[in-house]
Ligand binder design. Sequence first.
Ligand code: NFS
Ligand code: SF4
Length: 655
Amino acid sequence: MSEEKKKVDPRRTIDPAALEVYDKNQGEKESAYDRYVKMQPQCNFGRQGICCRICLQGPCRITKKADKGICGAHPYTIVARNLIRAITGGTSAHADHSRHMIYTLTEMFEGNAPDYSIEDNEKLYGVAERLGMSREGKSDDDLLKEVWKQAVEDFTSLTGDPCKWLETTVVPERMEKFNKCNVVPRSVHTSIAETMGQTHMGVDSDPVNLIFQGLRTALADYTAMHIATDISDILFGTPKPVTTEANMGVMEPEMVNIAVHGHNPLLSEMIVRVAKEMQDEAKEAGAKGIKCMGICCTGNEVLMRQGVPVLTNFLSQELPIMTGALDAMVVDVQCIMPGVQAVSECYNTRIITTMSHSKIPGAYHVEFTEEHAMEKAREVVRLAIEAYKERDPGKADIPDVKHKVTAGFSFEAMGELLEAVSPGAPIKAITDAVDSGQLRGVALFAGCNNLRVMHDESHSHIIKELAKNNVLIVATGCAAGTAAKLGLMNEDAVEKYAGDGLKDFINKLNDANSDKLDGNKLPLVFHMGSCVDNTRSYDLTNALAEQWGVDVPKVPFVATAPEAMSEKAVSIGSWCVTLGIPTHVGVVPEVTGSALVNGVAMQIAQDVYGGYFIWEEDPEAAVGKILNALDERSWKLKVHKQVAEKFETELSKTW
Ligand code: NFS
Ligand code: SF4
């Protein structure tokens, strides 16, 4: 290959705002786009998962000459260990978030978190009921304490019953399967510790045993995530439809612009609240007011509950700083590129870290505590106002790109919309539409951005094509970020991209729900929340299974992470598969170095759990594979139903 051909173009995004900012700054301030180019070519051993650094004799790389590690580990052991350590990394990150939510409840009960309270009693009742707790004779605080106790148990138990959050949110057939395969997690922390121990040098070398432990950990991840979402809803409210805007054009030159970035809503919720109260302080500093906006999943949290505009998603997180109009970027945990600090030093932006275990050298640090949450939030907003005073207003150059967004579709909000067209059995609105052929199935868009593929392109291409083919689309995380930024999360997109069946389905919902939407209409892509909230979409899958009276592997529901990047995405993908969902990943993970492990992911998983992975980097080919997966399930469901009717038997449990 000639030198010329090897060159990678750093303009690896289709987001017009990101491109505009990138082009204006090219060469001067470095961002991930440039660093990706400098990093080429990347190591192929790592790429295939056949590099082991688990003990200090390594790295051991598998080659033709050296077909085993120094200890004799086969490639299948090395690949399986690396994979399940990635699942464990993701699970640990979600557990960190979820544990923080549980810890906040602990502080509340002890009177040390005065700024937090139960915001959504109905959600509390719903969660308690699902967990089998009676409300009789109990105050809301008592009930919350009981829920908290179970959450602590699901996190820490060493023995005994399966995690309640798992057991009570899946159809019984799934639990049977998990019990049979011995993948039921004892608790979140136990699973994480077990996997780290099991993958230590010289412990487990059986790839199938390793992978099953990985799946147990992935189910622990699901448990932790579901707990995080439930507690967030109880403390901050369950999302309802809300309309706002997305992309860098949401910044305003004469406002104090504050971006909240990361994952944890505990502080960002407070910042959004105090910013509303502190408008006068900003005006005294010469600004017109304060504008909060979000990046990554903290952004998704405050978008879903408070209608805070979306600034950008993961990959372009450094670019808003380069507009010269961003006064502060407040970060908590996860998916925060350390690179934001270097860029901020060229401008007037203050990077403010807020968590004791997530710091960036050179950044401001305002340590968040539950006890002084509002006070800390005020401190952060004040730093932003100070930065605004020093900002050179002539230098703010904001791209004129933004789109209307309607978001806020929690499982409960979806239920309400569907209830209006199918009273008493809301989910039937979807199952009927699939049965009649109006909808071809449901697809969840989840996951990150990854420079291995063009930023936002795979998301947007696959969304448009599936919509054209009448697939109902829900989204979370940075995939939802793409849809929001590129104008796919509003009613115009329905007109432009939806096939006739999907259009009719959405319009019927619009007609039945006009009172709930504040004069807006439903979007093409339904935003279900942050990545932690992927469990909301599983609740939807599970409800579909219950409505049809089948186990999940018969439900025409597909998950896709076209631009997956983080270990969290690996663990989410793994629980999707274990819970019975075909899961497309648009960036081939590091498993191809072992035909055995790769085969388990793509085929054996289907035989055992009904879910399986589809690796496909080409977005066009991915569309075909996703539609095939949906069609195969609808067809089987139809055949099995016909057989059951004809012979007056129960619906077959197999898939
Ligand atoms: Ni999910 Fe959300 Fe984005 Fe990926 Fe990171 S922000 S938790 S991990 S990059 S989608
Ligand atoms: Fe090499 Fe085995 Fe050590 Fe891994 S555990 S680095 S394969 S010797």
